[in-house]
Design a protein around this ligand. Sequence first.
Ligand SMILES: Nc1ncnc2c1ncn2[C@@H]1O[C@H](COP(=O)(O)OP(=O)(O)OP(=O)(O)O)[C@@H](O)[C@H]1O
Ligand SMILES: [Mg+2]
Length: 162
Amino acid sequence: MLHNVLIAVDGSQNSRRAVEYAGKVFSPNPEARLVLFQILPAISRMNLDKKEIKEIDARKVERPDLAGLYWRAEDEDKMNKFFAEAEDILGKGGAKPEQIKSKFGVKKLEIADAILEEAELGKYDTLILGRRGLSRVREFFMGSISTKVVREARGCAVCVVG
Ligand SMILES: Nc1ncnc2c1ncn2[C@@H]1O[C@H](COP(=O)(O)OP(=O)(O)OP(=O)(O)O)[C@@H](O)[C@H]1O
Ligand SMILES: [Mg+2]
């Protein structure tokens, strides 16, 4: 059965467990399409020098959806390293490279809303995330993003990996 799976990641150990779960449960399915998805923090253009602004603006030719947004190269590098590790985990689970994709956005909405929007527009049937993320606050059982995604997702299954 075709399975369209969105895996939301933030580079945390928790989201790595979400990837491991996807690798175990969905990677063996030759019809699964697995998409890793991360939203990077937006920064003001004022925090970048001319060269950095030029480099980011050049990217917008193929990503017109990122118009007006800026982000840190350092955050993108860290994300790409995590994507590479995650793709490896999914590959080891049995998924072929053409079944795996990674995609990033830059924060313009609330992160939970951006994940829900991607899930809806990309017609995913399963959404996987970690129970917690990067934050050190431990007073709540689930993070604010996983809580909101579980509460508001419609038309797809949400797996929260603990
Ligand atoms: N920027 C992001 N892009 C994509 N997915 C994310 C992002 N941030 C969090 N997630 C997903 O949501 C899960 C839960 O993270 P969440 O941010 O809700 O918890 P937290 O960081 O512990 O708490 P909070 O951020 O509310 O203080 C993560 O494991 C990850 O799967
Ligand atoms: Mg968080």
